[in-house]
Design a protein around this ligand. Structure first.
Ligand code: COA
Length: 297
């Protein structure tokens, strides 16, 4: 523990998600800092079991600072890569500028280095903070697709709901056995963020297409955004649009579309956060690419 933390009566806790009151402490910290409720994850079986949280707690048991790593296996340029992602970084205002975040970041980075992760990923609106730890911004692009010729679809479609336990189980089973949505840059396994992201944005629709894939998408009447496909096989863009029975004016694909059998052009993506990477596999990342919004963390 840092000298400062000891002097202030703080307790350092690692891997504390099994303690419901400590987990609630993190939920409160992120609610107060970012106005998001990660406690929703309790409805889906709790946080990612691979999480490696590092937090400081005060004498009342409040979590006053946190930084977490978790395992996010990736496909990068055709190769399965052991990747770690970092999230839930926050320090309560009254505890800032004393080095607590630096201390927690260092602990998390030491842990993932010791466990042999070959790629570190994060999303941030403060890239300068992480550049001094060797992270570099990875430019992201959305892929604007040519409108494919629609076919008469044989596939059944069914809207899924996160209010329905059977639908949640179905979505989870696809997330566990999915084929990565792209061979260029995509998660291999990630369940908790997909469900949380779907909960956070009520415009996101999850549609079961045939027996093979769950499609995550939004449509505003003109533009169709294809956010992710969690499937044992990846249907073509034409098959997806035909089954959904929509005729958009514009199609934006929010992951590299190499498995969608379509023509698409990359356009720079300007998001609120930037994607950053470091580690020995970071050099293997070649664009254009984007991390699916369903995998955002
Ligand atoms: C960003 C935040 C976590 C920093 O916490 P902190 O305890 O004040 O940070 P520390 O005192 O440990 O400083 C760590 C380093 O970050 C730098 N830093 C702090 N705030 C920064 C900011 N807003 N932009 C860029 N760098 C920043 C410090 O200069 C320091 O750099 P150094 O290690 O080279 O000396 C805190 O301000 C916070 O919770 N902000 C709101 C939530 C947020 O933005 N979280 C990060 C999401 S990616």
């Amino acid at each position: 523990m840092s000298e400062l933390a000891r002097a202030d009566g703080l307790t350092l806790r690692q891997d504390y998600f099994d303690d419901p009151s400590a987990w609630k402490g993190l939920v409160d910290l992120l609610q107060d800092t970012f106005s998001i409720d990660i406690g929703i994850q309790d409805q889906f079986g709790g946080p990612d079991p691979s999480s490696m949280p590092f937090g400081y707690f005060d004498q009342e048991g409040r979590c006053i600072a946190n930084f977490s790593a978790f395992s996010m296996p990736m496909i990068v340029n055709g190769r399965a890569v052991k990747a770690a992602a970092y999230q839930s970084g926050a320090v309560r205002p009254e505890w800032r500028e004393r080095g607590l975040y630096r201390d927690l970041m260092q602990r998390a980075f030491d842990r993932t280095a010791a466990e042999g992760y070959e790629l570190d990923l994060l999303l941030t609106d403060k890239p300068v903070l992480y550049e001094r730890y060797g992270f570099r911004t990875v430019p992201q692009h959305v892929f604007v697709a040519q409108i494919p010729k629609l076919q008469k679809s044989e596939s059944s479609v069914r809207q899924l709901s996160l209010e329905t336990p059977d639908d949640i189980s179905l979505i989870k089973s696809f997330l566990q056995s999915r084929k990565p949505v792209s061979s260029c840059f995509a998660v291999v396994r990630q369940m908790e963020m997909f469900l949380l992201n779907a909960c956070f944005n009520s415009a996101i629709r999850l549609t079961m297409l045939g027996d093979d894939a769950v499609i995550a998408w939004t449509f505003d009447g003109a533009t169709f955004w294809l956010l992710d496909v969690a499937g044992i096989t990846i249907p073509s863009l034409a098959a997806i649009l035909s089954a959904l029975d929509i005729e958009p004016d514009r199609i934006e694909i929010c992951f590299p579309p190499d498995r969608l059998d379509c023509q698409a052009s990359p356009e720079p993506y300007e998001g609120y956060t930037v994607l950053m990477a470091r580690g020995k596999a970071a050099g293997e990342i070649t664009g254009p690419l984007i991390l699916s919004p369903m995998a955002e963390f």
